[in-house]
Design a protein around this ligand. Structure first.
Ligand SMILES: [Zn+2]
Length: 150
């Protein structure tokens, strides 16, 4: 059912590409977001539940903040020291830095969730160990198809 390469590296590439193109990291199907920011509860194509337990996405929030603030700060420093903004008043430099600090985490927020799922898939592929068993219980369609196919 899921087209996930068994080798870790190939699986990383495949799931990350799906995550960054707003597709389901499990099956590659489209439409996993409702609007720009909101991730659906489950994939419309393969039916996998995205939030497996309460707090599953906490790491995604942290990852998003760190990456977004790091990139936002980098861009702000570049704009302030590397462009004509250097000559501008301090208030404008601050406005740019604060604007980026707010905009980047919002911009990256939806991606952080699919990237988080992709990372989870890289390190804990479904079907491996007790966690794989747990995950399969969340799959409505897999239960009908039987468990052997992936
Ligand atoms: Zn899917």
């Amino acid at each position: 059912m899921w087209d996930l390469p068994p080798e870790t590296w190939a699986r990383s590439v495949a799931t990350m590409r799906r995550a960054l193109t707003r597709r389901c990291p499990y099956c590659g199907g489209p439409g996993v977001y409702r609007g720009y920011l909101e991730l659906r509860d489950s994939c419309p194509t393969c039916g996998v539940r995205f939030e497996r337990e309460e707090g599953y996405f906490l790491g995604a929030y942290a990852l998003n903040l760190i990456v977004a603030e790091f990139l936002g700060l980098g861009l702000a420093l570049f704009l302030i020291f590397g462009t004509a903004l250097r000559e501008a008043d301090l208030i404008w430099q601050e406005a740019v830095a604060v604007g980026l600090a707010v905009a980047f985490p919002l911009l990256f927020f939806p991606y952080s969730r699919t990237v988080w799922i992709a990372m989870d898939l890289v390190f804990h592929p479904p079907g491996a160990g007790p966690d794989g068993e747990l995950r399969r219980h969340h799959l409505s369609r897999a239960d009908e198809d039987g468990h052997g196919s992936r």
